[in-house]
Design a protein around this ligand. Structure first.
Ligand code: ARG
Length: 458
């Protein structure tokens, strides 16, 4: 049966239907489990205030639990006849429960329903992204530690500048990713507030137990003023994409370095054959497509951020159908970020390091600053030592050579090329992961208990 929840008597123009539904049928499929859980919590709320009898509440919970199972198995999904996931679920409940299925939408609107779905979806997604970020930090630490004693040129203006090390290269990116956790955690804080009960955006004349439905769904708070909920749609999606931008930025820089360092000109790293792609015409080519695409995907992420921002940022308050178009960018952004983390964390530990090529590149003028500072240690004022060393370099003289171990030995302070701060990185990662994990477990436990018991006890 073709029909909308709001359906009039005359059929909808099929082109208008296709245009307004857009990609929703495909995107909403990912919201289905969240829509079912949100509906369970809403039904428990309606039961608590006596709009549904306890018996009705229990029957609804049984049907919703069945829907959740079928959704997980794949036998229940929004079909071509459904305007969206919310219509599909109501249709399912009516088919199963008759008139009782028609009671469940009392006191809510698809506007707060989709808000709740998206917030649950995004919380789950952020937990997965943060986990993947942690894996990538661990991969960098593994790679960096196993080549920690290998020197590497450090570049400014893409010209040899100062000695660095392979360990430091990896540790620097690991630290950058840890910094990226801050905006991700902030986005999680923003997402962690329940919009349910705000209905179309102005509340309803029913005493809905909003704190209870929030708690049942594992939210830590309620978006209290009902007019606050709708304008947060699109804004949260933008904030999530902004939080994904940081990792994209770092992974693009890392990729750039790997592309350069694995090239014939640099030759510091080697990409194992399994991670290199070939050319259809040039038999010798082994290309770093994986890193090129990671660099490009960081740009795509940035585009998705702009899409979400552009759709919502000039809207007046309240619900507008425009907001539907922020769903795709954020869902795509999350998938992309997960794939980028997956690619990098798998490949980086497998990079081979050509120690000799690295050491060859950390000889000569790149040691000029080390030489100037050696003179400073002997008592020469820095500017004089600088000029003396500049003179040696200019006249083509030998900058006194330092061995790789001497170079690293003089940089043994934590965070220097000779002592990347592995312990600090590992400690910080595990402390922050533990906090995030306990938050994630509390979220999952709330949802498991809701799915099992429907929030009807007590
Ligand atoms: N697909 C819609 C969206 O994502 C669901 C909400 C529809 N609400 C409405 N008032 N038409 O925004």
């Amino acid at each position: 049966m073709k029909g909308t929840l709001w359906g009039g008597d005359s059929p909808l123009d099929p082109d208008l239907d296709a245009y307004t539904v857009g990609k929703d049928r495909e995107l909403d499929a990912r919201l289905l489990p969240w829509d079912i859980l949100g509906t369970m919590a809403h039904a428990a709320g309606l039961t608590e205030i006596g709009i549904l009898s306890r018996e009705e509440g229990r029957a609804l919970h049984r049907a919703l639990a069945e829907a959740l199972r079928e959704a997980e198995e794949g036998s229940f999904a929004p079909g071509p006849e459904d305007e969206d996931v919310h219509s599909a679920l109501e249709k399912y409940l009516v088919a199963k429960l008759g008139p009782l299925g028609r009671k469940v939408h009392a006191g809510r609107s698809r506007n707060d329903q989709v808000l709740a779905d998206l917030r649950l979806f995004l919380k789950d997604a952020l937990f997965r992204v943060m986990e993947a970020l942690g894996e990538t930090v661990r991969a960098l630490v593994r790679f960096g530690k196993s080549h920690a004693g290998v020197v590497l040129p450090g570049y400014t203006h893409q010209r040899r500048a100062m000695p660095s090390s392979v360990g430091l290269w990896a540790a620097g990116f690991a630290e950058a990713l840890l910094e990226d956790l801050f905006p991700l955690e902030a986005a999680l804080d923003v997402a962690d507030r329940s919009p349910l009960g705000s209905a179309a955006g102005y509340g309803v004349p029913l005493p809905l137990p909003r704190e209870k439905t929030a708690r049942l769904l594992g939210f830590s708070a309620v978006q209290l003023n009902v007019t606050a909920a709708q304008p947060s749609r699109g804004k949260l999606e933008t904030q999530v994409l902004q939080a994904l931008w940081g990792p994209g930025y770092d992974l693009a820089k890392l990729s750039w370095d790997v592309i350069l360092y694995t090239s014939e000109e640099f030759g510091f790293f080697r990409l194992p054959e399994v991670f290199a792609t070939g050319s259809s015409i040039m038999p010798q080519k082994r290309n770093p497509d994986l890193f090129e695409l990671t660099r490009a995907n960081a740009g795509v992420l940035e585009g998705l951020l702009l899409q979400a921002m552009a759709v919502c940022s000039k809207l007046p308050s309240g619900y507008h159908r425009d907001l539907q178009l922020t769903k795709g960018p954020v869902m795509e952004g999350v998938e992309l970020a997960l794939r980028m983390f997956g690619a990098v964390s798998k490949t980086v530990p497998a990079l081979e390091v050509d120690r000799e090529a690295c050491e060859r590149a950390v000889k000569g003028p790149i040691l000029a600053t080390d030489e100037a500072l050696r003179r400073v240690r002997e008592g020469t004022p820095f500017r004089d030592a600088y000029r003396e060393t500049a003179e040696i370099v200019k006249s083509g003289g030998e900058v006194p050579g330092l061995s790789p171990s001497e170079i690293l030995e003089s940089r043994k302070y934590p965070g220097g090329a000779g002592a990347p701060a592995w312990e600090r990185i590992e400690e910080e990662l595990s402390a922050r992961e533990e906090k995030i994990r306990s938050r994630r477990d509390a979220f999952r436990e709330a949802l498991d208990s809701l799915a099992a018991r429907g929030g009807l006890e007590g």
